[in-house]
Design a binder for this molecule. Structure first.
Ligand code: THG
Length: 261
């Protein structure tokens, strides 16, 4: 499982303030903390402040790379901001994200191609958010088709099958899991999601998130955007990997235990 650390995101209050104040120590600590906790790669999202977004992204990417030799997920819907980040990335990056919307594909895919990045594709389009597994899968197929003209093979695409809260729509976990299975079965692509939405509005969210992670992993999830400092979540990932033979000789599981993680 590719663990994408989610903590460097301006929607978190302390992080939004650190970005505004250009508090580089705070950002560097967050980067190191997530990597030490087991993140493989870090998401960076500098928020939506219209005037500074590109310069904030440049500053964030440089600051995180000063602290750690890590790959980054450039998280913005805005093509100009994405390019501001991509052009500074020293390692292979992931662009987060395109959707099924034509304009977004046409503006962002040339950047994915130019910078040899991977890309996350949210399975939503002009008509909004899908409800069922089939609707999610149909949008994934449509996206796969419309990006054929770029030199970005499908194994560099992570489909995000969109997690929605079960508190208001009880079948949403099932619909998500079904969509993961359909993508893994029919497209030579990867799958990803941000997990925490699943438990929105419920008590003991961490329990729901960890259980859902296990189910998603079994359905074929390749990557998850999570808080890697959530110890229970990382233990759940290591244990699921060992159980599903995605951790040779259970080495990662045993090493994490020995290191007290
Ligand atoms: N898919 C893709 N990208 C994404 C998401 C997704 N990027 C953003 C988001 N979802 C994942 N990242 C975060 C980052 C921080 C938090 C949640 C998701 C977070 N949330 C706290 C909460 O919900 O309680 C509150 C914030 C705070 O600390 O103030 O921290 O789904 N492709």
């Amino acid at each position: 499982m590719l663990v994408i650390g989610e903590r460097i995101n301006a929607t978190r209050k302390s992080m939004g303030e650190a970005i505004t104040k250009k508090d580089s120590d705070f950002i560097r600590q967050e980067a190191v903390k997530q990597l030490e906790a087991g993140a493989d790669i870090l998401d960076v999202n500098c928020g939506m402040s219209v005037k500074d977004e590109s310069s904030n992204m440049e500053w964030l990417v440089n600051t995180v790379q000063d602290a750690a030799d890590t790959s980054l997920v450039i998280d913005s819907p805005n093509p100009a901001v994405i390019e501001s980040g991509l052009k500074l990335c020293r390692k292979k990056a992931i662009v987060n994200s395109i959707t099924g919307e034509k304009e977004r594909i046409e503006k962002i895919m040339p950047l994915v191609e130019k910078y040899n990045a991977d890309v996350i594709a949210l399975t939503m389009d002009e008509k909004g958010m899908p409800n069922t597994s089939e609707e999610r899968y149909n949008i994934a197929e449509k996206i796969a088709d419309s990006i054929k003209k770029y030199k970005v093979p499908l194994d560099r695409v992570y489909f995000d099958l969109l997690v929605r809260p079960i508190s208001t729509e009880p079948n949403q976990a099932n619909e998500f899991l079904g969509a993961v299975s359909l993508v893994k079965k029919n497209l030579k692509a990867k799958t990803v999601c941000g997990l925490s939405n699943i438990s929105f509005g419920l008590p003991n969210r961490k329990l729901i998130n960890a259980t859902f992670l296990t189910m998603s992993f079994y359905a074929g999830l390749d990557a998850a955007i999570i808080d890697p400092t959530d110890k229970n979540m990382m233990l759940t990932i290591r244990s699921s990997e060992a159980l599903l033979a995605r951790d040779e000789y259970c080495l990662k599981y045993i090493t994490a235990f020995r290191e007290g993680k």
